[in-house]
Design a protein. Structure first.
Length: 161
């Protein structure tokens, strides 16, 4: 007998990119639904797209379920489904953006039965639209959280600002 599937929709946003940013995630399991969002004072859209996935996975306690993740980020979906991440890992995450988050995801990914799906953003998919709302609202609400890795990198490399 198979266990029920957990469905996760994720999205990230950054106003100005870089700028204030946020992520949103909607997790669904049978009749249960949970929403997550958080804002950061300075970050990028791609960081928030990936952080949404990481934060959603972190709240799942029963790792025996299959997890279907829907994202409108080709960056996230392709890195995982096309196995770019495996190559980045083998090369020590050299010369890639967001190595801190990719390393964190890489350490987590084998604990779950994951399948990623790309969905077109702003196409009327209710859960994707909700994630977009959660992410952009978190970015707009004067976030005070610090994306420490990004801000440290931005101080070192002023071109990130």
């Amino acid at each position: 007998m198979s266990t029920p599937t957990i469905i996760i929709y994720t999205d990230g946003a950054a106003l100005g990119n870089p700028g204030p940013g946020g992520y949103g995630a909607v997790l669904m399991f049978g009749p249960h639904r949970r929403e997550l969002s958080e804002g950061f004072r300075l970050t990028t859209n791609n960081r928030m797209e990936l952080l949404a996935v990481i934060k959603a996975l972190m709240v799942i306690t029963d790792k025996t379920h299959e997890i279907q993740i829907y994202t409108d980020s080709k960056y996230v979906c392709d890195a995982i489904e096309k196995r770019w991440l495996d190559g980045w890992h083998k090369k020590g995450y050299q010369k890639i953006k967001n190595p801190d988050l990719w390393q964190q995801f890489y350490k987590m990914k084998n604990q779950y039965k994951l399948k990623f799906h790309w969905v077109k953003g702003h196409a009327g998919i209710p859960e994707n639209e909700r994630c977009d709302y959660l992410a952009t609202t978190a970015a707009k609400n004067s976030p005070v959280n610090i994306d420490q890795f990004y801000e440290n990198q931005a101080r070192i490399d002023k071109s990130l600002l």
